[in-house]
Write a protein that binds this ligand. Structure first.
Ligand SMILES: [Zn+2]
Length: 306
């Protein structure tokens, strides 16, 4: 079975992206912005453009032929299990998703890798454009993950094209600033990562950024005990504590960020305080909570001096 036609992948991912951008204008989830949306979106698109070129030059020439090679030689776990196609594809997709969870954790835990992933996290607001704003260095390094995924799982060209289309659409979805009807999202986030769930991962509060690492299925956070759903979106301050100013995250700063001198710890504000959540939250971390009207969005978490 051949891969999905390129035009179809492009139409699905592009359609999802455009749909989300329109919904963001009609039903914004987190209100109030740290800078004009258009300027921030253009910056994110410029970052994404550089990354897209880097991926076309490095990852694509390696990964796409490798999926054909794996298919011909019947390499990888799903090939050894002799699964029928209708089972092979979903099993491979689930395994791809789990390896991506572990990869994401590594980009937070290993200081050298965090230098690159930080570029994604220092966005002071979050919307669908944040989904494509990754430093080109992180995208080039993700070739290593993809090669490992293809070889160990046995990812065919068909599975790989479905995976890329799904992943791009899902990442755009969970970064988007769309207020889904709360009851629908509370149900949906049991299965896949949703905007409110991923918003918590972009908080400046250390315990909150160290949660919700899943990119597709929520089950990995649940299994690893890293799921946190009990923070209302209007209690969140987004970004990385050491970079609270727009001037710190303009395009040239983003490009050089992994190679520049790093703050002692990214989780401390420049004034030496650490953001932490003072207000009481509902105790059940596994239950999504709605926005509460009494707290303003830009009300940053209280601070304590170290
Ligand atoms: Zn992250």
């Amino acid at each position: 079975m051949q891969k999905m036609p390129g035009w179809l992948s492009g139409a699905i991912a592009g359609g999802v992206f455009i749909g989300l951008v329109l919904l963001e204008l009609r039903r914004p989830l987190r209100k109030g912005e740290s800078e004009p949306k258009l300027r921030r979106n253009l910056r994110n698109m410029a970052t994404a453009g550089v990354s897209a070129i880097a991926v076309m030059l490095t990852a694509t020439p390696v990964t796409v032929p490798l999926t054909r090679f794996v298919q011909r030689r019947k390499w990888g776990l799903v090939k050894w299990l002799w699964l029928p196609l209708w089972l092979e594809v979903p099993v491979a997709l689930v395994l791809l998703d789990y390896l991506l969870y572990l990869w994401h954790v590594a980009f937070h835990k290993v200081p050298f890798l965090w230098r690159f992933h930080q570029v994604h996290h220092v966005d002071l607001d979050m919307d669908a454009s944040t989904a494509i704003r990754f430093h080109f260095g992180e995208m080039v390094m993700s070739t290593v993950l993809q090669v490992f995924q293809i070889l160990t799982i046995g990812v065919s060209p068909l599975t790989f094209s479905i995976w890329n289309t799904w992943l791009l659409s899902e990442i755009a979805f969970h970064h988007s600033n769309v207020a889904l009807p709360f009851r629908i999202e509370r149900w949906l986030c049991r299965f896949i990562v949703t905007p409110r769930m991923h918003g918590i991962h972009h908080s400046i509060v250390p315990e909150e950024v160290n949660s919700n690492w899943s990119s597709g299925l929520t089950v990995w956070d649940w299994l690893h005990g890293t799921l946190r759903l009990n923070v209302p979106q209007n209690h969140l301050t987004l970004g990385v504590a050491a970079f609270p100013e727009v001037e710190q995250v303009v395009l040239p700063r983003l490009m050089e960020m992994p190679f520049a001198e790093q703050p002692e710890t990214p989780w401390l504000r420049p004034d030496g305080t650490i953001p932490y959540r003072q207000e009481a939250l509902p105790p059940n971390e596994l239950q999504l909570v709605p926005e509460t009207a009494s707290v303003l969005r830009r009300d940053s978490p209280a601070t304590r001096r170290l």
